[in-house]
Design a protein around this ligand. Structure first.
Ligand code: ADP
Length: 628
């Protein structure tokens, strides 16, 4: 009798929750229906205020599904909600995740209610079965027609990585492949690609290609590798790609990426793989849209649409017109002030790509707005304002398989939301030991993993180190870059032995351990197109302290003392005093209101930082560009 009561009570609570959900759902549906009517769904997701509207759309989707499901059986509702929410294999996990905490609460109450928990577990099992059943019929329900996309860029994890571009080139195609897209990634075959991948590559063919203005011919080989539903084609040419590093100097890099851009298109023709969309990344691939509308305009590729994605506007591929004209073999007319020409005698490869692409995207809605201003525009703000009609911002995600504290083999102790607080302490202790810091649970450990350049706000950090290291705080830096910053962090390590550790190196493994072991994470960038480190930090329950710029602004909700919500601590103007203030606010919460701090740790870990939503936004863009 009382067992049944327990079950009833649980059901009652879930019904109340559902009722509120439905009311909210209906409201959201009404709001978003208007936008949908205007047929601007894809646009809504990615325009300058895309964060809010993107969220609305997802809410609306869930809401529609919730509302629709309410009229059907309860189990079906849950199954549908989960399947549609994640649209992938994570669905079953989701059900477990939401079911577990509920089960825990029940457990605490009475022995009788333990029975209720068992009954609930049975229900959940039944729901899981339903999920499995419904998944196959519904997963592709609203994915739209299949699209084929060629990604062209200069780096891609795990083959070669110098920064966030490599992460995106790996994770986005992988997610798109799950969402009914056929993706081929075209990369240079650098000699520095680890042998474990080189040896698995398959030879797909070779040809000679005209490149320069005088018709010089160059060898192009195609080596192929496939993983996770994505095909990687590597452009082989020893003369250009045999250096130890993908980027050397502009003198070497300009010819190299002229060859790469033209060879990527030629390889598509050679392989007879004509995609719907050619998606180009950063200046190294920026000549692709230009080639497509000039030297390739009478080929099978002429019907392809092109997208130029800017991951960092600072790097543009500028050199004198004569050199770029010679190496690219492009016609004179593209070297005009509306396309490649800048200054008196320079050509800007990115500027050309932006002019010729059918669509421009950048990696966050805020950055899409910022780059149209003089301060952030890197000299191209007027050009971008002119092309603003085809400019969108879509925030990046992270690969949640690689960045997963529950399974990460590189950290000391795995953890999930339920045991994060204890396990993060263990990770902190081990990190302190590994790095020779004073081992103390009570220290507030701040991590910083970054390229050490002035983009990353390191002069602000340098200014406040003396105030920040107050006997209760430790700083762990991992990065390489400008000698000035490398030396200054070495200096602080010497000045604050046991409290500051500067790892002047590139080390993926150590990066994982810092994300897991630190309490807070600094990203005070001068500008930040999207930023991945704050997303990774949140995934590991490490509270970000960021400047409100670019993607940092779009992804880190500032902590609100009065409502006790938010994901991190933020400051607006580029000012060391404001950074110190943000650090101190984080410390206050940590030392004085630990419960609230711990709640934020958990909230951050639960935040969706995956690629799922952003990949969907890209897919909408592909559908919009190439309508059926
Ligand atoms: P950016 O692309 O501007 O360098 P992002 O935040 O987009 O910055 O991406 C940085 C990526 O590089 C993250 O995955 C970060 O963990 C990694 N990273 C940066 N510096 C190092 C380093 N020294 N060692 C290991 N990983 C690093």
């Amino acid at each position: 009798m009382s067992e049944t009561k327990g079950v009833k009570e649980t059901k009652k609570t879930s019904k109340t929750v559902k009722k509120t959900d439905v009311e909210e759902a209906v409201k959201t549906v009404k709001k978003t229906a208007k936008a949908a009517k205007e047929n601007k769904l894809a646009e809504v997701m990615v325009t300058a205020d895309g964060k809010k509207t993107g969220a609305k759309k997802t809410a609306a989707k869930t809401a529609v599904k919730k509302a629709a499901g309410e009229t059907k059986t309860e189990k079906k509702t849950i199954a549908k909600k989960v399947v549609k929410k994640s649209e992938d294999k994570e669905a079953t996990k989701e059900v477990k995740k939401t079911a577990k905490p509920k089960a825990k609460t029940v457990k605490k109450e009475t022995v009788k209610e333990v029975k209720a928990e068992e009954v609930k577990a049975e229900e959940v099992k039944a729901e899981e079965v339903k999920v499995e059943e419904t998944k196959t019929e519904e997963v592709y329900e609203d994915l739209g027609p299949r699209r084929s996309i060629a990604f062209i860029g200069s780096e891609c994890y795990p083959f070669v990585k110098t920064g966030g571009l490599a992460d995106v080139m790996f994770a986005l195609p992988k997610e798109l492949a799950k969402q009914n897209c056929d993706v081929k990634v075209i990369l240079p075959r650098y000699k520095c690609i680890p042998w474990e991948y080189q040896e698995k590559m398959e030879y797909r063919g070779e040809f000679y290609m005209d490149l320069c203005a005088d018709g010089r011919q160059f060898y192009v080989g195609i080596m192929e590798y496939a993983a996770d539903g994505v095909v990687y084609d590597f452009i082989d040419n020893e003369e250009f790609f045999s250096a130890g590093n993908p980027y050397i100097s502009m003198v070497d890099d300009i010819p190299k990426f002229c060859l790469f851009s033209k060879a990527a298109l030629s390889a598509l023709l050679y392989l007879d793989w004509i995609p719907d969309i050619i998606h180009c990344h950063d200046w190294q691939a920026a000549l692709v849209p230009v080639y497509l509308r000039t030297l390739f305009e009478n080929t099978a590729l002429a019907g392809c649409k092109s997208i130029m994605t800017v991951h960092n506007l600072r790097f543009q591929g500028i050199y004198d017109i004569q050199t770029i004209k010679y190496w690219s073999g492009l016609p004179d007319y593209v070297f005009n002030k509306d396309a490649l020409k800048v200054n008196y005698n320079d050509a800007n490869m990115l500027k050309g790509g932006l002019a010729y692409a059918d669509m421009i995207t950048t990696v966050s809605p805020t950055y899409a707005g910022e780059i149209q201003t003089e301060f952030y525009g890197e000299g191209l703000d007027a050009h971008l304002r002119y092309h603003s009609g085809k400019l969108r911002g879509i925030v990046n995600g992270i690969d949640c398989d690689i960045w997963n504290p529950a399974t990460d083999g590189r950290i000391y102790e795995n953890y999930s939301v339920s045991n994060a607080i204890e396990k993060k302490k263990a990770n902190k202790r081990a990190l302190q030991e590994e790095l020779g810091l004073n081992v103390d649970d009570n220290k507030f450990v701040i991590g910083l993993v970054s390229r050490l350049t002035n983009q990353k706000g390191l002069d602000l950090v340098n200014t406040i180190v003396n105030d920040m290291i107050d006997g209760n705080t430790q700083l762990v830096v991992l990065g390489t870059g400008d000698p000035y910053y490398e030396d200054s962090f070495r200096y602080y390590e010497g000045a604050y032995k046991g409290e500051v550790c500067s790892n002047i190196m590139y080390d993926e493994d150590r990066a994982h351990r810092i994300y897991a072991g630190a309490d807070a994470f600094l990203v005070p960038s001068l500008f930040e197109p999207c930023g991945l480190t704050q997303l990774i930090a949140m995934r590991y329950g490490t509270v970000p302290i960021v400047r409100e710029t670019g993607g940092l602004k779009d992804t880190v909700e500032p902590y609100n003392l009065f409502e006790d919500n938010g994901n991190g601590f933020t400051f607006d103007n580029y000012d060391p005093g404001l950074l110190l203030d943000a650090v101190n606010r984080a410390k206050t919460l940590y030392f004085v209101y630990r419960d609230s701090f711990d709640a934020m740790v958990k909230r951050d870990m639960e935040k969706d930082v995956s690629w799922s939503q952003s990949a969907t936004a890209y897919r909408y863009l592909y559908l919009e560009l190439k309508p059926e």
